[in-house]
Design a protein around this ligand. Sequence first.
Ligand code: GLU
Length: 336
Amino acid sequence: MTNSQHSGSVSSDVSPWLGAQIQKVIDGIYRKYKDVDDGAVATYIPELGKADPKKFGICLATVEGEVFTAGDWDTEFTIQSMCKPFAFQLAMQRHGTEETLRHVGVEPSGEAFNSIEFDQKTGRPFNPMVNAGAIAVSSLIKQKPVQAGIEEFVDKMSDAAGRRLRIDHAVLASETATGNRNRAIAYMLLNSGIIDDEVHETLHQYFAQCSMLVNCKDLAMMAATMANIGNQPLTGKPVFDFQYLKYVMAVMFSCGLYDYAGNWAFEVGLPAKSGVSGGIFGVVNRQFGIAVYSPKLDAQGNSVRGILASKELANHLGLHAFDFSNVGSTFVQALL
Ligand code: GLU
């Protein structure tokens, strides 16, 4: 059973014929990888270990708000590291690029997400997609009281998703109780003057961001909001200041998939971000957002079926940034 559905409510962008092709591709990918059982659900945050390993969902959302889904697209999971690009965007919106880059670099680290390594020359975390960089970014977007910064983040993400999102308090408590490595990273950042001494508040902001619940459709809509130069496709609401989106997408492109980022850029070719809950979302600029969810992870912490499905989606629909045969491109559209 594919459970597939196509909202089909708005169809001014994708022709019915193309829409049917996209749905067929998504259904085919869902069927092909449905029974792949490799990998392991993350358990280092104990609450994440409760995820149902069988869940597998795919969603593609167009910049016109048309949505194509397969499988468990509506299962909720915590956003985890997939909050990082959005937090980086908000930091630049609030402080500008120059000030933000005083606290975090934009260089791929080639290291694991939780590495405790910093740029030797500047002391900055390598980029905002690894935990150290994301903690520096959380320090920039936190507010007083800390709840206000968390609410602002959830509000923005809700605007991008097009529905009200919320924090999973059990995951937040679990992360807070076990996040000693992140605590160590934060104190190193305090020591080198990258973050201020409100370390507890910074970490609370970071853990809360990671603990926000989303489903595949939310992530695809958030990605489509990025693709749509910052405007939510269905509501039309301006959510992200477009002048910073290019920076966010550039960093996602080079650093979004942990220490698999280079391979991802080569094979899939999209700005994207993965998280240890098993989600991956990608942006096809000016065209689509895509998202896959499957909680079993590979050795690098990326969703096994998420990578398989994304590769295949990119191949079938020509989504690679440097692929001229992209289904949504004017070149292909002109042939239809
Ligand atoms: N909250 C997780 C952590 O800080 C996020 C990790 C991830 O998704 O990469 O370890």
